[in-house]
Design a protein around this ligand. Structure first.
Ligand code: CDP
Length: 220
């Protein structure tokens, strides 16, 4: 079975997807890490993020790998860029502010979508992103779209980062989240939106257990 979970930042996608994959014995794949890895690679190499051709070239050149977690420091998996562990580096404010711009580029999306589709079509997978149910795997057996108010989502992300001892401001988080929501949902290629046959949950007033039970009840 192929399960697609889409939705905006911090709507609870990765928590639910991970639990669902563990419960069913499926592969969990978070497609956001690929866009984050390209963005990190571009920033690291000093590539101007607005230079579409250069960023696209880099996306085709780099090797992104996602593997089972090698450390128990809160990570769900290891993310490697050309063999180097960048699991936490892709979660920095610099990546947060630039990733949506990188994700608008057609050639970047084409390269990422191709890999994601290959992995997804093997089946027994819970794939998470923005366009999984609409573009990457429109044939998915179950499509879930998680949403929540931007205030609730910013609060969750703020608490996550504080728990990791990071110096962050709530106002800053809600501001980049609004910007990202806007870019992601208005871009021309594969914008963030629920597929016509997606089941939509508003998680604003639900905790992770409640969302998990609701989603699981659709399967079992
Ligand atoms: O974890 P969070 O929800 O903050 O974001 P993410 O899932 O890691 O995705 C980061 C960014 O990558 C999104 O804001 C999108 O711009 C882009 N993305 C995308 O365009 N398509 C996907 N399938 C997944 C992510």
């Amino acid at each position: 079975m192929i399960i697609a979970i889409d939705g905006p930042a911090a709507s609870g996608k990765s928590t639910i997807a991970r639990r669902l994959a563990d419960e069913l014995g499926y592969l969990y794949f978070d497609t956001g890490v690929m866009y984050r890895a390209v963005t990190y690679g571009a920033l690291q190499q000093g590539v101007d993020i607005s230079a579409e051709a250069e960023v696209s070239r880099l996306a085709l050149e780099i090797e992104i790998d996602v593997r089972p977690a090698s450390k128990s420091d809160g990570r769900q998996y290891d993310v490697l860029l050309n063999g180097v562990d960048i699991t936490w580096e892709i979660r920095t404010p610099a990546v947060d502010t630039n990733v949506s711009q990188v994700s608008t580029y057609a050639e970047v999306r084409k390269a990422m979508t191709q890999v994601q589709r290959q992995i997804g079509l093997r089946g027994d997978v819970v794939m998470v992103g923005r366009d999984i149910g609409t573009v990457v795997l429109p044939e998915a057996d179950l499509k879930i779209y998680l949403d929540a108010t931007v205030e609730a989502r910013a609060k969750r992300r703020y608490e996550e980062r504080i728990a990791r001892d990071e110096q962050v401001e709530y106002d800053e988080i809600i501001s980049w989240m609004r910007d990202r929501d806007h870019i992601d949902s208005t871009r021309q290629i594969a914008p963030l939106r629920p597929a016509d046959d997606a089941i939509i949950f508003d998680t604003t007033n639900l905790d992770a257990d409640e969302v998990f039970e609701k989603v699981l009840s659709l399967i079992i």
